[in-house]
Design a protein around this ligand. Structure first.
Ligand code: UD1
Ligand code: UDP
Length: 382
């Protein structure tokens, strides 16, 4: 019997972390041929993830250039995808989340009249410029998708409110599947500096920052806030794996480099990052993925943004919006550093984002849609 050809398309670090476990799960199904096409919107940061998950793509568009523009990414993805689809002839294309690769991958599938499954569907802020351009990427991708894999029931509700009522599946987030394979109590870092950090003795604060809408004034404020925290508090160590974006690096070099107790390091492989997350005291970040991972590990998160599309963790109490004003960030961080009760209230391990079986549910749903499985998979309930 002819196997169903499912082609996963991704290009950035977070998409790769969240899609590699799914590519593997699909490959384990006898009725499915699991193909993987990377756009390499991120080159080094993507390759680092592929290495951790030992995955070799079937197709590589290799589009990344320094300081790439949104139009540049989108147009290169579209042109490159033509040949990938014509050659690999998938029955369905899976895209993930809300990057430019996501939208261009879905649009390209549509131009070729190939079905689209959207993994991590239904996240919304309802502000089209925050996050930018992710909010519009995910709205447009929802418009194209034939199957919507929602991490949470709230994400499904968002799609229903928009009039999309068919083919919605609540699966949990595949990032929890990934986390289950990477975090180990006896983990030894290959980055020696991380083995030497004074976990337990001092408060190790994990920092990341990269969002486009934070470029300029907000990023400057964030860097100055980090500097102030590090200068004022001898009981903290800040660890910051700096994103490879030159815009981010310039802000770090201008406003943060040289501050005491700040460890500026290169981006970490996913397994190193997840284990550092498991050991740190607190997370300051504008990352989407970290807002999902940290609650599962009982680490409070202050989000360096004005909004979040991940309200579940805010409701659960482990994530708070700190905004992008220097004083606000410093005040909120200092409270969590000094006030044990405030810290303990946030540091409860809650996990609204999945039970580690999201990939199984997604693969089951695809099999069901194509008649390879009699029953629709049950929705994930938090
Ligand atoms: C992209 C996504 C964003 C996601 C983020 C995850 C878009 C528009 N943005 O943003 O949604 O949250 O990835 O990190 O899709 N670079 C390298 N090597 C790498 C990766 C990046 O040198 O491995 C540099 C390049 O100069 C590149 C720049 O970073 O031009 C920006 O990369 P880009 O993918 O355009 O934007 P991100 O801010 O990474
Ligand atoms: N991450 C990583 N190495 C790092 C920083 C982050 O592996 O140096 C992981 C992090 O644990 C999470 C994902 O990358 O799984 C988040 O990616 P990012 O913050 O770049 O993008 P976003 O989630 O905001 O789209």
């Amino acid at each position: 019997m002819k196997q169903l050809r499912i082609m996963s398309v991704f290009g950035t670090r977070p998409e790769a972390i969240k899609m590699c476990p799914l590519v593997r799960e699909l490959a384990s199904r006898p009725g499915i041929e699991s193909l993987c096409c990377v756009t390499a919107q991120h080159r080094q940061m993507l390759d680092a993830v592929l290495e951790v998950f030992s995955l070799r793509p079937d197709w590589d568009l290799d589009i990344m250039t320094p300081r790439q523009t949104l139009s540049g990414i989108t147009s290169k993805c579209l042109l490159g995808m033509d040949e990938a689809i014509d050659t690999l002839k998938p029955d369905m294309i899976l895209v993930h989340g809300d990057t430019s690769t996501t939208f261009a991958g879905a649009l390209s599938a549509y131009y070729h009249q190939v079905a689209v499954g959207h993994v991590e569907a239904g996240l919304r802020t309802y502000d089209k410029y925050a996050p930018f351009p992710e909010e519009m990427n995910r709205v447009l991708t929802s418009g194209i998708a034939d199957m919507h894999f929602c991490p949470t029931a709230g994400n499904r509700e968002n799609l229903i409110r928009e009039g999309r009522t068919e083919n919605l599946f609540v699966t949990g987030n595949t990032v929890i599947d990934a986390l289950k394979t990477t975090v180990r109590e006896d983990y030894r870092f290959s980055t020696e500096e991380l083995n030497l950090l004074p976990y337990g003795k001092k408060k190790v604060i994990l920092v990341t920052c990269h969002r486009r809408e934070n470029y300029g004034e907000p990023m400057k404020n964030i860097m100055l806030a980090l500097r102030q925290i590090a200068e004022e508090r001898q009981d903290v160590e800040l660890v910051y794996p700096v994103h490879l974006s030159p815009v981010v690096r310039e802000a770090v070099d201008t406003y943060l480099r040289g501050a005491p107790r700040v460890h500026l390091i290169e981006p970490l492989p996913a397994d190193e990052m997840h284990n550092l997350l498991a050991r740190c005291y607190l997370v300051l970040t504008d990352s989407g993925g970290l807002q999902e991972e940290a609650p599962a590990l009982g680490k409070p998160v202050l989000v360096l943004r004005r909004e979040t599309e991940r309200p579940e963790a805010v409701t659960a109490g482990t994530v708070k919006l700190a905004g992008v004003v220097q004083d606000d960030i410093v005040t909120m961080a200092e409270r969590l550093i000094c006030d044990k009760d405030a810290y303990e209230k946030m540091a409860r391990a809650v996990n609204p984002y999945g039970d580690g079986n999201a990939c199984r549910r997604i693969a089951d749903a695809i099999e069901w849609r194509y008649g390879l499985r009699p029953e629709r998979p049950a929705d994930y309930e938090a």
